[in-house]
Design a protein around this ligand. Structure first.
Ligand code: PTJ
Length: 267
C-alpha cells in the first residue's frame, strides 16, 4: 500500500462527512485487496448520489421493507444471501451476523470475475465470523440459462435451490432471471428506478450500511413471533407503494433543496 495514501483511520471523527468518507475508504481499500471490482467504485458513487437525495437516512418506506424482508427470510425454506464485492467491503461483519441469525447461507456471486476476488472475499467474510460460505467451489457450479452475465454461475446448494434470494447492490437482469425461476427476491438498492428495484418482490431503498444492522435488530424481534404473524406482515406489504413513496421522498427533498438554494441565490 502506498504510504502517501489516506486510510480510513486517518479521517478525523469530527469531520462533517465522517461516515461517508469512512465508507469510501472501505471501498477503496477493498479495491486494493481485490475484494471490490474497479467498477465497484463507480457503483458506490452512484449509490452516494441517491443516498444524498434520500436524505441519508432510513425512511419509513425502507423500514417497512426491512421488516417484510426479514419476515420473508424467516418463513423461507432455503433463503440465501448473495454477496458481491461492494457489500463484503462495506459490511462483512454484519453479513456474517445476519447469516447466522436468519440461518441464510452466504453465497459469493460476482459480476466481475477477476482472478483472486472470490478468495479475497471469502477470507474477509471468514475473518469477520462467517462460515459455510457458498459459491467458492468452481468445479461444482451450475449455470442459470436465463442469464448471460457471470452471475449465471451459482452454487448447486445455494442460489440454485433457494426459494428466497437476498440480492444487495445488483446490476440489472439477474433479479428478472431469478424471478422467472420462481424465486422471491429481496433487493437493497438506493436507486428506486433501477431494474432490480422494479423487479424485486421487496425493495429496500436505503444504504446497505444502514440496512443490514437494522435487519439483525428486526430479526431478533420477529424470531419471537409465530408464522401467522410473519405471514400477516407479508400480506400487508406492497412493493409498488415502496417505489412510489421513495420517488415522492426524492421529489420532496429536491424541491426543498431548490427553495433553500434559491433563497441564497436571490439574496
Ligand atoms: O463485486 P461484483 O463484481 O459482483 O460487482 C458489484 C457491482 C456493484 C460493481 C456491480 O453489481 C455493479 O456494477 O452494479 P451497478 O449496476 O452499478 O448497480 C449497483 C446498484 O447499487 C446501483 O443502483 C447503486 O445505486 C446501488 N448502490 C450502490 N451503493 C449502494 C447501493 N445501494 C445501497 N447501498 C449502497 N451502499
Amino acid at each position: 500500500m502506498n504510504p502517501n495514501e489516506n486510510h480510513a483511520e486517518d479521517i478525523p471523527t469530527d469531520h462533517p462527512r465522517y461516515l461517508s468518507l469512512k465508507h469510501r475508504h472501505k471501498i477503496i481499500e477493498g479495491m486494493h485487496n481485490l475484494v471490490v471490482a474497479e467498477a465497484g467504485l463507480i457503483a458506490h458513487g452512484r449509490g452516494e448520489c441517491f443516498d444524498y437525495i434520500l436524505s441519508e437516512k432510513t425512511n419509513k418506506f425502507a423500514k417497512k421493507a426491512i421488516k417484510t424482508a426479514v419476515a420473508l427470510m424467516l418463513l423461507a425454506k432455503h433463503p440465501i444471501i448473495s454477496v458481491n464485492g461492494n457489500t463484503a467491503a462495506l459490511c462483512a461483519k454484519d453479513l456474517a451476523h445476519l447469516s447466522s441469525i436468519t440461518q441464510a447461507q452466504l453465497e459469493i456471486n460476482l459480476f466481475y470475475r477477476k482472478k483472486g476476488r472470490i478468495e479475497a472475499i471469502k477470507k474477509l467474510l471468514e475473518n469477520e465470523g462467517a462460515s459455510r460460505i457458498l459459491g467458492i467451489e468452481e468445479d461444482i457450479m451450475v449455470e442459470i440459462n436465463e442469464l448471460s452475465s457471470n452471475r449465471r454461475r451459482v452454487d448447486p446448494n445455494g442460489i440454485n435451490i433457494a426459494d428466497v434470494v437476498f440480492v444487495p447492490l445488483e446490476d440489472g437482469d439477474r433479479t428478472e432471471a431469478l424471478k422467472k425461476l420462481g424465486k422471491k427476491i429481496i433487493a437493497v438498492d438506493l436507486n428506486p428506478l433501477s431494474r432490480t428495484s422494479i423487479w424485486a418482490d421487496i425493495t429496500i431503498i436505503d444504504n446497505i450500511v444502514r440496512v443490514i444492522p437494522q435487519m439483525i435488530e428486526v430479526c431478533r424481534e420477529l424470531k419471537k413471533k409465530d408464522k401467522k404473524s410473519l405471514k400477516t406482515i407479508l400480506e400487508n406489504y406492497n412493493n409498488k407503494n415502496t417505489i412510489q413513496e421513495a420517488l415522492n421522498c426524492i421529489i420532496k427533498y429536491l424541491k426543498s433543496q431548490k427553495s433553500k438554494a434559491f433563497n441564497i441565490l436571490e439574496n
